[in-house]
Write a protein that binds this ligand. Structure first.
Ligand code: AMP
Ligand code: ZN
Length: 466
């Protein structure tokens, strides 16, 4: 069966085929860097990592863009309260986010782009929308006129036909039940940090940021756009309105949304004291691999109920996987080939792949692997597993781990492996060749953060541990 995803737009499970043969153009809404990411945010980012890895497993090349929202109401408020520039304020949280990504083994998207570095692109887009009469101005701000876009509501499947033009909101966060014309460019208030542009003194709205940065790098029609369910309305609905009004083309072909994470069956809230960051969980002694496993193990369209019991059992599951892997590597099995070994492995792999192809059903995929481990352990105990069966068993484990990435202990137990460093250096060389210097710098910075220093010499790049 082909790879299938549930598309929020059609409300159907659809076969996935990218627009252009082998390449998937994907955009995911990145973090708003006004605070540390919590495990709910990280659930969504882990889902996107699994999505990336599965697309690659299925032979696709990726061009994945993730934004960093580094200008927004809360950021401005907090930065001003602390007497910092936006950049000074957000740098800490952006860095912390990259550290979380590394600890959770979330692959870096091909491009990570900051809102504040695309202001002129956003101004140009708002100007074009104005030329096409999709906007109006009021008190120095520019708004999108929802009544001009009849398709408004097609993603969230809501009827907005009665919407009154001229009812406005100019904040980035607003009530989900409330559809009003949204702000594209916000006029400066008092001493707020602002950009002087043809639209006046101010800053862009949140929604225009994603429309502009996604289309700039990926073209007018993207294959996949993903985020958490809370972004369906208004954020993604507004992205569609802006983008399709600009281009007259379909903006996104597959919309994928991850359900929320709850803590002990409750919504995370400051008042309940149940908002956890990765750092807090690690301070309590939990391994990032266990957290990754827990976040990835529940299919993304199901709510994930985070509990400490669940986290402990994730750690136990990883032990079982690792023990089995060690057994394959170290036990001296009798010569020859056992009965049915390769068939068992092929069946497990097939079930694993079917599970993942079915809208990333990670629970089904994991069940296939654990059943295989159970069966194979008993075959080993009974002496029916032979040397000739090791390769197919290792293949199952290696393929499983190319997605789940929990088999090998992390840095705290012996440092970043040499092979990983070499691979990153190679990627950096390629990035430089293709003039993607941002990525090259990012790789160097990431390695420095992990205690590896690079030295570019005539002979090539050398590295050493600090
Ligand atoms: P933000 O940094 O607030 O822009 O959110 C980053 C990502 O986390 C977005 O894709 C949100 O939809 C997602 N998100 C926010 N809260 C949760 C939650 N409780 N569970 C899962 N994802 C969430
Ligand atoms: Zn976005």
């Amino acid at each position: 069966m082909a790879l299938r995803f549930y598309n929020t737009l059609s409300q159907q499970v659809e076969e996935f085929h990218p627009l252009e043969s082998n390449i998937v153009r994907m955009y995911t809404c990145g973090p708003t860097v006004y605070n540390y990411a919590h495990i709910g945010n990280l659930r969504t980012f882990t889902f996107e990592d699994v999505l990336r890895r599965w697309l690659r497993y299925r032979g696709y090349r990726l061009d994945h863009v993730m934004n960093i929202t580094d200008v927004e109401d809360k950021i401005i408020r907090n930065a001003m309260a602390q007497g910092k520039s936006l950049q000074e304020y957000t740098a800490v949280y952006e860095e912390a986010f990259f550290e979380d990504m590394a600890k959770l083994r979330l692959e870096r998207p091909e491009r990570i782009v900051r809102a504040t570095e695309h202001i002129s692109d956003m101004v140009a887009a708002v100007e074009r929308l104005s030329e096409k009469s999709y906007t109006y101005q009021s008190d120095g701000s520019t708004y999108f006129r929802i009544a001009k876009f009849p398709d408004y509501g097609k993603l969230s499947h809501t009827d907005f036909s009665g919407i009154r033009a001229g009812a406005r909101v100019d904040v980035d966060e607003y009530d989900k039940a409330d559809a009003r014309d949204f702000v594209l460019w916000k006029a400066r208030k008092e001493n707020e940090p602002a950009w002087e542009t043809s639209l006046g003194s101010g800053r862009p709205g949140w929604h225009i940021e994603c429309s502009v940065m996604s289309m700039k790098y990926l073209g007018e029609t993207l294959d996949i756009h993903a985020g958490g369910v809370d972004l369906i309305f208004p954020h993604h609905e507004n992205e569609i309105a802006q983008s399709e009004s600009l281009t007259g083309k379909q903006f996104v072909r597959y919309w994928l949304h991850a359900e929320h994470l709850l803590v002990e069956s409750q919504k995370m809230a400051k008042s309940l004291g149940n908002i956890y960051t990765l750092g807090e969980l690690m301070e309590q002694g939990y391994q990032p691999e266990a957290i990754r496993y827990l976040l990835a193990s529940v299919p993304y369209r199901k709510k994930l109920n985070f509990t400490f019991d669940g986290l402990k059992s994730a750690a136990t599951s990883i032990e079982r996987l690792r023990n089995f892997n060690t057994r394959l590597e170290t036990e001296n099995f009798p010569e020859g080939v056992g009965a049915g070994g390769d068939e068992r492995a092929a069946r497990a792999l097939n079930e694993f792949e079917n599970g993942m192809d079915d809208d990333l059903n990670t629970a089904a995929a994991l069940a296939a692997v654990f059943e295989y481990i159970r069966d194979t352990n008993s075959t080993m105990d009974a002496g029916g597993f032979r040397k000739g069966d090791v390769a197919s068993a290792q293949d199952v484990m290696q393929r499983f781990d190319s997605v789940f990435d929990v088999l090998h202990p992390g840095e705290q137990a012996g440092g970043i492996p040499d092979a990983e460093i070499e691979a990153l250096i190679e990627e950096r060389i390629q990035a430089k060749k293709s003039r993607n210097f941002a990525r090259a710098d990012q790789i160097r910075a990431g390695l420095v953060e992990r205690g590896i220093v690079l030295e570019d010499t005539k002979e090539g790049t050398r590295w050493k541990r600090k």
